[in-house]
Write a protein that binds this ligand. Structure first.
Ligand code: NAP
Length: 263
């Protein structure tokens, strides 16, 4: 039985992933900030709920020690995350730091806790939920884009660095997903039309939003396929925008997007 540690398993993509991996017979360690509120996994024998705030270094060390003392780990799924949107000048520095610490430093600390063990057994996988915002940068998204671009860069670098140890590094790249993802908004613009135009590009139809279950399926495929694929893009919006961005290049893409947003 393989074992996966999933962060942010209290809700959304993390919760759906924990359910899916458990249903396939995996040993799931479901990290969450408030395990006492969990009702989903209480009766699932192969799911162990653990208290894990990715901002808390002591909790990270305690969870890692418990896992390494009790059979080890096959996949570390760094999925927990928060966001913030709006204008950089209006966003308080504390909120900016909280996003960078949660979305970047949390995963880094968890990776550091398991890489030596993965290296010693010459196997293992670092799976990470990045975002469309980790590939393409949109306006009013600077802090989240900075965090997720950094996370993408971290994983791309680790892909090569850990290859000689047979440790796989893969990223799940969703576009907008139908979850309760928290995005505090800070605005200093009078004109809200550009942000509305952008929303229509990112979510053309609320009834067609990607569901968390689809993202969980991609995570399962990434964890179980023996291929060397690095990137799993999920949802039509993310696929289309990333394809346009990569085929056009930044100069043409920025002109096209600007025309659509500031029309
Ligand atoms: N939803 C989207 O449109 C979308 C698109 C692209 C990428 N993503 C990424 O997908 C991942 C999962 O998000 P989601 O959409 O499933 O939203 P979600 O339901 O809000 O899930 C995020 C989870 O992360 C947890 N979390 C936040 N801060 C944490 C911390 N310090 N320590 C531990 N857990 C923490 C939250 O726990 P609490 O319940 O305690 O807050 C929550 O369970 C995130 O990395 C997000 O950036 C989401």
């Amino acid at each position: 039985m393989k074992t996966i540690l999933i962060t942010g398993a209290q809700s959304g993509i993390g919760k759906e992933s924990a359910k899916l991996f458990a249903s396939k017979g995996w040993n799931v360690i479901a990290g969450m900030r408030n395990p006492q509120l969990d009702k989903t996994f209480i009766e699932m024998e192969n799911v162990k709920v653990v208290k894990l705030d990715v901002l808390n270094a002591e909790e990270i060390q305690a969870v890692a020690k418990e896992i390494l003392d009790n059979g080890g780990l096959d996949v570390l799924f760094n999925n927990a995350g928060i966001g913030v949107k709006g204008c950089l000048d209006a966003t308080p520095i504390d909120s900016i730091q909280e996003v960078l610490r949660t979305d970047l430093m949390g995963p880094i600390q968890l990776m550091k806790a398991f890489i030596p063990y993965f290296k010693s057994k010459r196997s293992g996988m670092l799976l990470t939920t990045t975002s469309l915002s980790g590939v393409v940068s949109f306006p009013y998204d600077s802090v989240y884009a900075a965090a997720k671009h950094a996370l993408t860069g971290l994983c791309e670098s680790l892909y090569f660095e850990l290859k000689p140890y047979d440790i796989k590094v893969k990223v799940i790249v969703p576009g907008p997903v139908n979850t309760n993802f928290k995005m505090k908004t800070y605005n200093s613009n009078q004109n809200l039309k550009p942000a509305k135009n952008l929303s229509k590009i990112l979510i053309p139809d609320f009834n067609q939003l990607t569901e968390a279950k689809e993202v969980a399926k991609a995570a399962y495929e990434a964890a179980t396929s023996d291929n060397d694929q690095f990137e799993y893009i999920v949802g039509d919006v993310a696929k289309d925008l990333i394809s346009q961005y990569r085929s056009q290049g930044i100069e043409e893409f920025k002109d096209t997007l600007s025309k659509k947003i500031f029309k």
